[in-house]
Design a protein around this ligand. Structure first.
Ligand SMILES: N[C@@H](CCC(=O)N[C@@H](CS)C(=O)NCC(=O)O)C(=O)O
Length: 206
């Protein structure tokens, strides 16, 4: 008779020391208090299986049993569905759509330009300027609510936080008047899950 195996299969995250996209996933995994193992990818010596797991050979990739999933946003959404507590995506369709639209805009307006290859310095400077002014404008929102989409942490906060952590590295300084945004950042950076999500290379960024 076969004995049921209760051997736990840990999820594996293919990450990299200072990858802003992998950082998003590490934050969500820590917020969900998940146990997982990490493969730290060195791009000058990629693990052979990375190309099998992700046709683009990029990180992050999450391997959960038979599933190999890439794209940070898809991974965050998957984790929230698979491990619903604490919920990081609101339940009503309008709020869900707003969160997803926010994620899309973060990538299109900032992450893709600042962290993906193929963008010139002029375009990057425009993205940095726009980021600084949007974060300043968001200050009035943060005087009314704790997080981007209300008083609960969402995957939008988890997606943006790794970029906020990198503001000094990017050379983006917020004006003192953006106090509520700075407080919002401190609140996130002080979270146990966020602190646990940091690699040594990321810890050295601030
Ligand atoms: N849109 C992807 C972007 C992933 C990405 O650009 N990852 C970078 C590292 S931060 C990568 O793997 N680059 C491969 C390389 O440098 O060859 C996501 O959100 O996961």
């Amino acid at each position: 008779m076969a004995t049921p195996s209760n051997k736990k299969t840990l999820m594996t995250l293919y990450s990299a020391a200072d990858c802003v996209y992998a950082h998003r996933v590490r934050f969500v995994l820590e917020e969900k208090a998940m146990e997982y193992q990490t493969v730290n990818v060195d791009f000058s010596n990629r693990p052979e299986d990375l190309a099998d797991l992700n046709p683009y050979s990029e990180v992050p990739v999450l391997v959960d049993r038979e599933l190999a999933l890439h794209e940070s946003v898809l991974i965050m959404e998957y984790l929230d569905e698979r491990f619903p507590h604490p919920p990081l995506i609101p339940v009503d369709p309008i709020s869900r759509a707003r969160v997803r639209l926010g994620l899309h805009r973060f990538d299109r307006d900032w992450f893709d330009i600042l962290f993906r290859p193929g963008h010139g310095e002029t375009e990057k400077q425009r993205a940095r300027d726009e980021l600084r002014s949007t974060l300043s404008t968001l200050s009035s929102l943060f005087t009314r609510q704790r997080f981007l989409f209300g008083d609960e942490l969402s995957i939008a906060d988890c997606a943006l936080a790794p970029l906020l952590w990198r503001l000094p590295v990017l050379g983006v300084e917020l004006p003192k008047g953006a106090k509520a945004t700075l407080d919002y950042m401190d609140q996130i950076f002080g979270m146990e899950s966020f602190r646990r999500s940091l690699t040594p290379a990321e810890k050295a960024m601030r």
